[in-house]
Design a protein around this ligand. Structure first.
Ligand SMILES: *[C@@H]1O[C@H](CO)[C@@H](O)[C@H](O)[C@H]1NC(C)=O
Ligand SMILES: *[C@@H]1O[C@H](CO)[C@@H](O)[C@H](O)[C@H]1NC(C)=O
Ligand SMILES: *[C@@H]1O[C@H](CO)[C@@H](O)[C@H](O)[C@H]1NC(C)=O
Length: 311
């Protein structure tokens, strides 16, 4: 028993310090600065120690090499890396400035005293927010084939489809491509019937906060209503005009005929802004990355009716 105790005591005293690094990956935006934490435990003065920071293993030149109380920075871009922690208070954290895509990877913090060394590793992910998703559609048999595309993400984002109730729709047709720099494009398509949901959204993001979203609103019902109300309005205008014309021809309205005609013409003009408005609305919303689609057949009907009013 006594021997075991002495042996373990010796083992303990031999371990001068251990290294504490984060278990979760560290992440920061492209172009920003990041601190890669590395601390000694227990708290001891590391000023006389040798501190090395390696990237992607120890076979290459260290990113930073601190020895004999001075920084003998090793990497080509040494002005971007610095030991930021208080060395005399166990902190050998590394600061990296102006992050580039090439900076992502595994970093190892290596600390050596005269009689002991320890190391710890962590991953650095360089974040880039990609483009706002672009939604495109084409009509498939009875359904809409909606495609969502977003470019230039880092690291690999997740893509989620949702309907207007917030329910997640399966994203089984999602494809990723990565360029040489490590930026990721994502594209996904989905079959969707406009009667199922008021709208569907496509969200691309790195986590729950860093996201970009677009929605697509099927306007089928709206266009049918617009078409019917335009038809009713046009019929009223045409009938009024015809009645006035007949009365005028019969000489029943000798004095106020021109006035009434002008009024009829006015009301036919008044109906025009109401018809052009939905088109304006589409342009505006499109600028806000908010896409609206509609049945092309209804659109054709609408144009035909607009022509009829002018006649
Ligand atoms: C080590 O130093 C860095 C930079 O000053 C700081 O962010 C970090 O909190 C310090 N760690 C500890 C454990 O004090
Ligand atoms: C939907 O569109 C995508 C391209 O945008 C295509 O690859 C896919 O095959 C289409 N799906 C169907 C069922 O038409
Ligand atoms: C990602 O999308 C952009 C924009 O369309 C394109 O220029 C680039 O080539 C794409 N990259 C890959 C790896 O597909």
């Amino acid at each position: 028993m006594i021997l075991i105790c002495i042996a373990s005591l010796l083992a303990c005293s031999a371990a001068e310090f251990s290294i504490v690094v984060p278990k979760a990956p560290v992440s920061a935006f492209l172009g920003s600065s990041v601190i890669l934490p590395c601390n000694l435990s227990p708290s001891i003065n590391a000023r006389t120690f040798e501190v090395r920071w390696y990237k992607n293993g120890e076979h290459e030149k260290p990113v930073l090499f601190y020895k004999e109380k001075k920084n003998t920075g090793q990497s080509q871009d040494r002005d971007r890396v610095s030991l930021i922690g208080e060395l005399d208070n166990r902190n050998v954290s590394l600061k990296l400035d102006h992050l580039t895509m090439a900076d992502s990877g595994e970093y190892t913090c290596f600390v050596k005293s005269l009689s002991w060394y320890e190391k710890g590793s962590m991953n650095l992910a360089v974040k880039v927010l990609g483009s706002t998703p672009l939604l495109l559609y084409h009509e498939s048999v009875e359904k809409m084939n909606v495609t969502c595309r977003s470019f230039g993400w880092s690291p690999k984002p997740t893509l989620t489809w949702r309907d207007s109730t917030g329910r997640e729709l399966p994203n089984t047709h999602t494809k990723y491509t990565t360029d040489s720099e490590g930026l990721v494009n994502v594209s996904s398509w989905l079959l969707f019937s406009p009667s199922d949901s008021e709208w569907i959204s496509c969200t691309v993001g790195l986590n729950l906060q860093e996201i970009k979203e677009s929605r697509i609103v099927p306007m089928k019902g709206f266009w049918m209503e617009a078409f019917i109300s335009t038809l009713v309005l046009s019929l009223i205008v045409i009938i009024t005009y015809t009645v006035l014309l007949i009365l005028f021809r019969k000489g029943l309205l000798p004095h106020c005929s021109s006035h009434k005609n002008a009024k009829a013409a006015d009301s036919s003009h008044e109906s025009l802004p109401a018809e052009t408005m939905p088109l304006n609305a589409i342009e505006n919303t499109t600028q806000g990355h908010f896409y609206i689609f509609f049945q092309s057949t209804n659109y054709t009907y609408k144009t035909a009716i607009a022509g009829g009013v002018e006649v």
